[in-house]
Write a protein that binds this ligand. Structure first.
Ligand SMILES: [Fe+2]
Ligand SMILES: [Fe+2]
Length: 263
């Protein structure tokens, strides 16, 4: 099975490049399953229900997220629209699983593609981020409940050490541990010894002529004078960052991980 995981889709530039490039990537890599992090889809800050629907219509099967998930409040209503349907669009948008109990939404999705059952887990790190429950023990708990062999984990985290630790912790127990959140791709993709594909950060899908997606003048100015500023999405040098994972359907173990940066 070939899985395409697209890094944080940032604003209109990110959505547009996904729309333009996804069909050819699916064809070129014989992609069976498309997962993307959508936490920055709405001009960099959160995701709205229409934007989630738009991304699903482009061919994304499951959307993950992270710390920006609540930026657009209407996403709470979207989660409530799942209404017991385990495969509705509302159910295929995830927020990190290790948020406080009883928050809206879900951190795990189980689906079937072709004849293969798969699960997607979304977790958030704790280093230099808001205090959440332990993502390591949350992963243990979630994996007890998941029956699919093919399991993709989006670890939305800042610290490289925390992400690498999760890779080792879950090696052999999941198909892939993919880091998101920093918007900067790392060149450390590999297959760990027990069969888990790993990358510390898959990178951003959006405008690179800025600072992690935001107009560079605004962020540089913020560093210079520390005055409050309203961040706006950059527009230029748009790239799509992703990884393609090839895995064995029977064992769920990864055979290959390839890093992509498409312009
Ligand atoms: Fe992000
Ligand atoms: Fe983030």
């Amino acid at each position: 099975m070939h899985i395409l995981f697209i890094g944080d889709i940032f604003g209109r530039p990110g959505r547009t490049i996904v729309k333009d490039r996804l069909p050819s990537l699916v064809k070129k890599y014989s992609v069976d399953l498309v997962i993307a992090n959508g936490e920055n889809a709405a001009a960099g800050f959160g995701i709205t229900p229409p934007l989630a629907e738009e991304l699903f219509e482009m061919g994304i099967d499951v959307l993950t997220s992270g710390n920006h998930i609540w930026d657009k409040r209407e996403i709470i209503d979207f989660f409530q629209m799942a209404n017991g349907n385990p495969h509705s669009p509302s159910r295929r948008l995830l927020r990190p699983a290790n948020y406080p109990p009883d928050m809206p939404g879900w951190g795990v999705y189980e689906g079937v593609k072709g004849s293969n059952a798969y699960a997607v887990l979304n977790l958030q790190g704790r280093i230099f981020m808001t205090a959440n429950d332990d993502p390591f023990r949350s992963a243990d708990q979630l994996l007890k409940e998941v029956s699919a062999k093919i399991v993709i984990v989006d670890l939305h985290a800042e610290a490289t050490s925390e992400k690498i630790s999760m890779g080792w912790y879950l090696d052999g127990r999941v198909t892939a541990v993919i880091g998101t959140h920093t918007h900067v791709p790392t060149a450390d993709e590999r297959i760990l010894p027990k069969g888990t594909a790993y990358i510390t950060d898959v990178g951003m899908t959006g405008p690179f002529d800025g600072v992690i997606g935001v107009r560079k003048e605004l962020v540089v100015g913020k560093f210079l004078n520390n005055m409050p500023v309203r961040f706006e999405a950059a527009t230029g040098d748009v790239r799509l960052c992703a990884v393609v994972i090839d895995c064995d359907e029977d064992t769920g173990h990864a055979r290959k991980i390839e890093r992509l940066m498409v312009t």
